[in-house]
Design a protein around this ligand. Structure first.
Ligand SMILES: *[C@@H]1O[C@H](CO)[C@@H](O)[C@H](O)[C@H]1NC(C)=O
Ligand SMILES: *[C@@H]1O[C@H](CO)[C@@H](O)[C@H](O)[C@H]1NC(C)=O
Length: 362
């Protein structure tokens, strides 16, 4: 089946474009089709060259008899070898690739038998000159015009030319991060020029402290970045947000200054307000904690002279910042008092049974 037959007189590229327009999913933007066609074609020629390499040693026993040499040279440019290579040009599920190969099989055969010697570069012959789905490097669009900044070094080597090497795109530059402007010759914000002549422009990163600059240090800033401020020597230095009279953090956080910014971090659970990390940096202690060795330390309420859990069959358990009163082993809470646990089936022996080992109601 030929899903996209070529009408007799329509030029190849036009029929291919028509074909592609009919067959490709509409999700691809209009401008991406020519690029996709070129990528497909490039893939085909790469697989072809791989196939050439893979079949190079075939039918060659390693010996050197006249018979073998004759067989080899015959195989080298044979139809059998061509068919073997063509069979592996596309993955079976790659519709566009299979379609392109089918469409242009005569061209590939023509190249193999007649043009290969004269035009050894298959990509150039097939994709650029014959099917016209690609352009030479540094050019773009239907007519393979030079990219912005020239085809030799598109975008002066500082960016990517839109559609470079394909029949798509508009030749405009998307500059690398350091550069800006139509030709990527200017430095982007945060970068400064280290070299600029007729053909080259090189930009390097400003110091961290600068938004814009003329050189590499924090004294070369034109403007400071947010979080930095100019000092007496006109250098941009970090603002210590934590030194402000009113802390920028909440009451249960401490402030940590960083280059160009600051962080708010949670105080230790033992603190009521703090100046840093850990129980040694508390301003005051949380309830249930008291100062001990300059640290807020948990108070063991169960060890105080005055007992906290005073009811019968009740134990005290200390917790961080507090304590719990729980029924002793073998007892459980009922109507706010601890009563002996009654277990099903143990009713008769209850009187003599040892306390249950299970912590049922802790
Ligand atoms: C511009 O600078 C580049 C990089 O240093 C150098 O290779 C080139 O020769 C220079 N061109 C001119 C015209 O000075
Ligand atoms: C924290 O301790 C200070 C004395 O160091 C005291 O003046 C202040 O009232 C305490 N604040 C709280 C919430 O306990």
């Amino acid at each position: 089946m030929k899903p996209c037959p070529r009408p007799g007189l329509v030029p190849l590229a036009a029929s291919l474009a028509l074909c592609a327009a009919l067959l490709l999913p509409p999700a691809l933007g209009a401008g991406s089709r020519p690029r996709q066609a070129c990528a497909t074609c490039r893939g085909i020629t790469e697989r072809f060259n791989q196939g050439l390499a893979d079949t190079a040693k075939k039918n060659f026993g390693g010996g050197n008899t006249a018979w073998e040499e004759k067989t080899l040279s015959k195989y080298e440019s044979s139809e059998i070898r061509l068919v073997e290579i063509i069979e592996n040009l596309c993955d079976s599920n790659n519709f566009e690739c299979n379609n392109m190969v089918e469409e242009h099989e005569e061209h590939i055969e023509n190249w193999w038998f007649k043009q290969k010697k004269k035009y050894p570069d298959l990509f150039k012959w097939f994709c650029i000159e014959t099917t016209e789905v690609c352009c030479p490097a540094g050019t773009y669009g239907p007519d393979c015009l030079a990219c912005h900044g020239g085809s030799e070094r598109p975008c002066y080597g500082n960016g990517q030319c839109d559609g470079d090497g394909t029949r798509g795109g508009d030749g405009s530059c998307s500059c690398h991060r350091e550069y800006s402007g139509e030709f990527c010759l200017d430095c982007a914000d945060g970068y400064y020029s280290t070299l600029k002549n007729d053909t080259h422009s090189v930009c390097a990163a400003c110091h961290d402290a600068c938004k814009t600059c003329t050189g590499s240090t924090n004294k070369d800033c034109k403007d400071c970045k947010e979080g930095w401020i100019k000092n007496e020597e006109e250098a941009c230095v970090d603002v210590d947000e934590c030194a402000e009279e009113v802390s920028p953090c909440k009451d249960d956080q401490y402030c940590l200054n960083t280059d160009g910014s600051f962080k708010c971090k949670a105080c230790d659970a033992s603190c009521l307000g703090c100046t840093g990390d850990g129980p040694g940096k508390c301003k005051n202690c949380s309830s249930g904690y008291s100062i001990e060795d300059e640290k807020c330390t948990d108070i063991d309420e169960c060890n105080l002279a005055e007992k906290e859990c005073v009811r019968e069959n009740e134990d005290c358990i200390n917790t961080p910042g507090s304590y719990k009163c729980v029924c002793s082993e073998g007892f459980e809470k009922k109507d706010d008092v601890c009563v002996q646990t009654v277990k099903a089936g143990e009713v008769e022996t209850l009187a003599t049974a040892p306390p249950s080992a299970e912590h049922e109601d802790l």
